[in-house]
Design a protein around this ligand. Structure first.
Ligand code: SAM
Ligand code: SF4
Length: 341
């Protein structure tokens, strides 16, 4: 029987970017502050999950680093001695705040994934659409360049802080040329990073078939320029990715491809907690199971934990015994920034 092992915790739906595959530019109905789970409430969920055998936690969002006192949450979860504690970020604030990577490491963060779709400044600006972050009046080239360079600085700050096996997440889009991909590969090789190419997922209302490119097409294109060997190592990642060892001249790096297929569903051992307190057992599931009312009740923490445990136990069983009706879920489309990608 499948065992749910990992929980993705979205701590905010806010973000300082508006990536074209994740978040619309306008008309977003953001959560109010009082709708979002507090760190103490998140901690209670983590404790209960650990009792139920879930022991790997990833902090995500929206952009998790825009939430205040993120290091406090990392410290709180880390103190529970969890098997894995990681974070996915767009990296921007790691470049702006020189000490943040170090503080996260010190607080107990074990691993970090940083999203970077391209090292080309102008394409970065067009794809990731940073939101009025720099007070620059004119729309010139050096202004675009700043954004990607800040993310790159963020990645370097993580290396300096001592993070190992840093993964870079790149969403594959038609607008990226082989040169763009090779530039990313060279960047990964130079800095000892693991690159993961993610197919544009059709789980969001923003899915656009005209921007979609399959990983196989990209792999075929790459094979004309670099040596690629399939690589099987269970330690490379918890997700449904295919890994390859790639060699350019005498240097090499690992790349992974994460692709869209419902075949992965049978092996999917992760669930999600949204910032406003819904547990989702499938990326396609629209509503999920609401747990915030249990966390907010007037009962003492012992009773709350017990109630939560019984409730979550049943939710996990639905997933573990394969009782999910995927044909219903498949019709749902959720914005990634709301879901916690
Ligand atoms: N803001 C953080 C970041 O960008 O890394 C964390 C949240 S973001 C929703 C998590 C991951 O989801 C990112 O790596 C992003 O590239 C990926 N993502 C968002 N929308 C996607 C889509 N439609 N298809 C594939 N990956 C997507
Ligand atoms: Fe923000 Fe991450 Fe979504 Fe981009 S992918 S809009 S950085 S939450």
């Amino acid at each position: 029987m499948l065992k749910v092992e990992s929980l993705r915790i979205s701590i905010t739906d806010r973000c300082n970017f508006r990536c074209i595959y994740c978040m619309p530019l306008y008309g977003i109905d953001f959560l109010n502050k009082d709708e979002i789970l507090t760190y103490e409430e998140i901690l209670m969920v983590v404790k209960v999950m650990m009792k139920l055998g879930v022991n790997k936690f990833r902090i995500t969002g929206g952009e998790p680093l825009v939430r205040k006192d993120i290091t406090k949450l990392i410290r709180m979860i880390s103190a529970l001695d969890v098997q894995d504690l990681s974070l996915t970020t767009n990296g921007y604030l790691l470049g702006i705040n020189e000490n943040l990577a170090y503080e996260l490491k010190k607080a107990g963060l074990k691993r970090i994934n940083i999203s970077l779709d391209t090292v080309d400044p102008f394409k970065f600006y067009q794809i990731n659409r940073p939101q009025n972050l720099l007070k620059v009046k004119n729309n010139n080239y050096s202004f675009h360049k700043n954004y990607v360079n800040i993310v790159i600085k963020g990645i370097k700050n993580c290396l300096k802080a001592g993070f190992k096996n840093i993964k870079i997440n790149t969403v594959l889009l038609k607008v990226l040329t082989v040169k763009d991909i090779l530039d990313l590969i060279n960047f990964a090789i130079e800095n000892g990073l693991i690159l993961r190419f993610i197919e544009f997922m059709d789980t969001t209302p923003l899915f656009d078939i005209n921007l979609y490119v399959s990983y196989k097409e990209v792999l075929n294109d790459l094979q004309r320029y670099v040596k690629i060997e399939e690589y099987r190592d269970s330690k490379m990642g918890e997700g449904p990715a295919k890994y390859y060892k790639l060699t350019v001249n005498n240097d090499s790096c690992f790349i992974g491809f994460i692709y869209n297929t419902l075949d992965n569903c049978k092996e999917c051992n992760r669930i999600r907690l949204t910032a406003n307190g819904y547990i989702k057992i499938c990326i396609y599931q629209e509503d999920g199971y609401y747990i915030r009312h249990i966390l907010k009740s007037n009962k003492d923490s012992f009773q709350k934990e017990l109630e939560l445990e019984n409730f979550i136990k049943d939710i996990l069983l639905i997933k573990e015994t394969g009782m999910i009706n995927y044909s219903i879920f498949n019709k749902q489309r959720n914005y990634m920034f709301k879901l916690g990608g």
